[in-house]
Design a protein around this ligand. Structure first.
Ligand code: SF4
Length: 270
């Protein structure tokens, strides 16, 4: 356990390693590949971190309420710079009025705006939801496509939204880096990166099978309820013994017990 990554797991590349020098044969030496930050964990330690998350929540769930891929897509589009609880509050009535692309397109931008006016950026989001609903009807037979390129071509849908839909609705091993996952990747030095895309790429390199499918939710839930931004709750952390964060305040891991698949009961709306 104390040996650092010398022999990465399959698909895990060693970080902080210089590109192997090639014989120059008199020619100018090749420029070395950019250095990736070193990860202070062995492959076995990273596997153990995700094994514990998997014991806590074998089948984690999205906190965004949805009933099909379309309502999931809309909820994720609405969740940018908004809380899941705030989105759920607005979408209950919205999805009662329209829960498929045709119905949403018929409902129209003005009515959508009325339903979501408690959510930040609601004007722009209403425009996008109306436009993406029309695009799904016109170009995809009223279905949400199981395809990154097609998803990212929809109004208001970027890489992060596509990753959530591909993961939750279609079971793909994607990872949408939100503020919590970005913080954990850097704070724990498990997948350091300057941008969400870098953290995503580095996490996908180190997370072993069989944990890639649910890593997205485990990390979000861990970041939201335990490894919090201002004051991480290290005493309640099941990976406290493995964590290499400078800010950690405990070395003894919390007992590993199964938790509800979504938020802790205490954090659920009454
Ligand atoms: S020990 Fe503390 S800093 Fe490390 S993962 Fe747990 S909560 Fe976060």
């Amino acid at each position: 356990m104390n040996e650092k990554i010398d022999k990465p797991a399959a698909g895990v590349k060693r970080t902080g390693q210089k590109a192997a020098a090639k014989p120059s044969g008199g020619k100018a030496a090749r420029r070395p590949a950019p250095r990736r930050p070193a990860i202070p964990y062995t492959a076995a330690e990273i596997a153990e971190i995700f094994r514990r998350f998997s014991v806590q929540r074998p089948e984690p769930e999205s906190e965004l309420e949805h009933s099909n891929p379309f309502t999931l897509l809309v909820a994720v589009v609405l969740s940018a710079q908004a809380t899941d609880a705030g989105v759920n509050k607005a979408t209950r009535a919205l999805f009662a009025a329209a829960d498929d692309p045709q119905a949403m397109a018929t409902l129209g931008e003005d009515a959508i705006r009325e339903h979501i006016k408690t959510i930040g950026l609601f004007r722009n989001k209403a425009k996008n939801v109306a436009a993406l609903s029309r695009a799904l009807v016109e170009n995809h037979g009223g279905e949400v496509p199981n395809d990154r390129t097609a998803l990212e071509a929809l109004p208001g849908v970027g890489r992060k939204t596509a990753n959530v839909v591909l993961n939750v609705a279609f079971g793909e091993e994607t990872l949408a880096v939100d503020t919590h996952i970005f913080r954990i990747g850097n704070r724990l030095h498990i997948a350091p990166g300057r941008t969400p895309d870098e953290v995503e790429a580095n996490l996908l390199k180190v997370i072993p099978q069989p944990y890639r499918r649910h890593a997205h939710h485990w990390l979000i839930l861990h970041g939201r309820y335990v490894c919090k931004a201002r004051k991480p709750d290290c005493g309640a952390c099941v990976i406290a013994d493995l964590c290499r964060a400078e800010v950690k305040t405990a070395d003894v891991p919390a007992p590993l017990t199964p938790l509800p698949p979504g938020p802790p009961v205490a954090a659920r709306p009454a």
